[in-house]
Design a protein around this ligand. Structure first.
Ligand code: SAH
Ligand code: SF4
Length: 360
């Protein structure tokens, strides 16, 4: 494996400098390279304005026979919502895995929704990604490259508009791929490059308790969102199988610890499913469960998926009122762009179906 090529997008700023230095190039040139990769989002690093030793290094190391490459996932398909404000990219990675990245632009704010894994091992019953199973973690570079892709698409469509927000809410469970995700977010938030502010980045987890505690312990500056979906162990376990491993009581306890250690507000996500978790009694139990936590509850209408015969709830407004009356900010996440299969993993699942039927 000595000649396996590595991605420059997997390196931190410091590691990029170390790499240049090891190859006899002034590590200060890392700044120019980083800038080209992340500020400008260059797809080729061969630049006339680079110092000659750097140009020689790039030619030797990123060309044929070199040790490094740039992550450039291939666009397989793009779908736009009818209002044009949501664009979903289906991207193919080097080994053929296909992932989804979504660019959303509402109220003049542009947000990218990024995948952390190909597939997901957590198996939430209502989730298209969970239904397809786990393929592998994404490398940091593959996560960063999604942001570069979305930013390029935004620049072409709306010159001058900045990509300011990022949510780790695409395919996969970010805290299952903790190291890859945190490494990527460090690059993405670096002000010398992409520069999305840490407070504009949200990590959404199904409730991987060790990951939540580790974020608190390491003082990770990002926002935390926890997908709850159930107010009792039974209610939650029916939708989220990993709550067998990290039961609701343990998860809420971890959230309390996180809140105390970081002083940060936690976002709780709740996909509303008719008859499963949308009763007024459930909302009241949820409010009691969250007592004492600086919590914001985000209600998500269920997007239908092939592998789950649940239905969207019509009782969302009552649910919301109960939480608000209990003192919790509670909003509906607009899944605008439902017409482009905006649920995570849904486009990939649909494409598979189409391919299967055309192969017949
Ligand atoms: N794995 C992480 C992040 C990706 S999913 C997590 O579970 O938090 C992002 C959000 O979309 C989660 O809150 C998830 O529960 C929700 N979601 C997944 N499939 C959905 C569907 N079919 N309808 C509505 N929300 C869904
Ligand atoms: Fe994985 Fe999140 Fe989907 Fe659950 S909801 S299967 S954790 S991507």
């Amino acid at each position: 494996m000595t000649n396996a090529r590595r991605s420059l997008h997997d390196l931190s700023f410091g590691e990029l400098g170390d790499t240049l230095e090891r190859d006899g190039v002034n590590p200060r040139h890392a700044r120019a390279l980083w800038r080209a990769m992340y500020r400008e989002g260059a797809t080729s690093l061969l630049r006339a304005d680079f110092p000659p030793p750097l140009v020689r290094w790039i030619e030797a190391q990123t060309g044929e026979g070199g040790r490094w490459f740039l992550d450039q996932p291939k666009l397989v398909e793009e779908i736009r919502s009818s209002d044009g404000l949501t664009r979903k990219f289906l991207l193919r990675l080097d080994d053929g895995q296909v992932i989804e990245t979504v660019l959303m632009g509402y109220d003049g704010r542009h947000t990218v929704c990024v995948s952390s894994q190909a597939g997901c091992a957590m198996g939430c019953v209502f989730c298209a990604t969970g239904q397809m199973g786990y393929m592998r973690h994404l490398r940091a570079g593959e996560i960063v490259a999604q942001v570069l892709h979305a930013r390029r698409a935004l620049a072409e469509a709306a010159p001058g508009k900045r990509l300011r927000n990022l949510v780790m809410m695409g395919m996969g469970e970010p805290l299952h791929n903790y190291d890859g995700v945190m490494r990527a977010l460090e690059t993405i938030s670096d002000v010398r490059g992409i520069g999305i502010g840490p407070s504009k980045i949200a990590v959404s987890t199904v409730g991987v308790v060790p990951g939540i505690l580790r974020m608190a312990d390491e003082g990770q500056p990002y926002r935390l969102a926890v997908s709850l979906h159930g107010s009792t162990e039974e209610e939650r376990a029916a939708l989220v199988p990993v709550s067998e491993r990290w039961p609701l009581a343990m998860l809420i306890d971890a959230c309390r610890q996180y809140g105390v250690a970081t002083g940060k507000r936690i976002f709780f996500e709740w996909t509303l499913i008719a008859g499963k978790n949308d009763a007024p009694e459930t909302a009241r139990r949820l409010a009691r469960l969250l007592e004492g936590i600086d919590a914001h509850v985000n209600l998500i209408p269920l997007n239908p998926t092939a592998g789950f015969d649940g239905e969207a709830s019509s009782r969302g407004a009552v649910f919301q009122r109960i939480l608000r009356d209990a003192g919790f900010p509670c909003t509906f996440r607009q899944r605008r762009g439902i017409d482009v299969a905006a649920g995570c993993g849904m486009l990939k699942a649909e494409r598979r179906k189409r391919e299967a039927s055309s192969a017949r």
